[in-house]
Design a protein around this ligand. Sequence first.
Ligand code: ADP
Length: 305
Amino acid sequence: MSISVKNISKQFGNQWAVNNISFEIKSGEIVGFIGPNGAGKSTTMKIITGYLPPGSGEVFINGMNTREKSMDIKRIIGYLPENNPLYHDMYVKEYLLYSAGLYGLKGKKAIARVNEIIDMVGLGPEKHKKIGKLSKGYKQRVGISQALVHDPLVLILDEPTSGLDPNQIIEIRNLISNVGREKTVMLSTHIMQEVEAICDRVIILDKGIIRADEGAKNIGKNRLSGQTIQIELESAVSLEIWKKLKEVEEVRELAGNIYLLASSQKEDIRSKIFQFAVKQNLTVLSMSQKEKSLEDIFRELTAKQ
Ligand code: ADP
């Protein structure tokens, strides 16, 4: 099951929410969609799920065009929309049975599937409550359950871990990783560690434009324009001392005696730093090369000019 987004654009009034973006997602792939608020993530997800037509361009889900096969596509897509809209007056089980019914699951089959999902998502202790009475974390689990109830092949999750506490975040991430092995998953998030923890690939969107589309694990390595060295000395020194080292262009103090030294040079400058430290009578306790984090890259690509 694949998602193929081809040159889609969407305009609201004069504003381009999505501006000519294209990407493909293969079966078994978990793709993280990140970008500042207003970047166009939710709009893109609504277009992929067929809830919003693109202004121009096309989306194909397993070869089916969302403009032509909207109902067929909805049958195979599970979607957690932004802000997790739910019926607060319904009971958890009642709502999930209702959701199952929308996908044609009825009777014993529906009850068995709903019970299975309740266990899978960890809703057991709260399953007899009204949705409106649940904590935000449990409401989020109900939203994820309705997205999974018909065992969809494609999962589109708009901020699935929003509002969860750190333990719940780990549980939901594990769930997405497990179900993601045999599905095609796209999720949006503001948590960079989430992308690093569970995504194979990351797409960074800003002002409706794709700024990066790369493997989540090596995005830092791929973008090493220079190098950053972390050095720990036995005792603190004045930041001025590093100015004598011509290879170092920027210095940041991390803690009293730990410094980050940035250089635009390509070749490893650690031996130069070491020799410099010896000359200056500084005792080096440790030194390591730092990769750019996804957070650094995100900020570089999306910071306001
Ligand atoms: P994100 O999910 O990345 O925060 P959105 O896709 O929600 O971004 O929004 C992208 C831009 O499109 C925003 O500037 C938003 O205000 C605008 N937008 C989204 N939906 C509508 C709408 N229905 N009407 C008018 N503007 C909208």
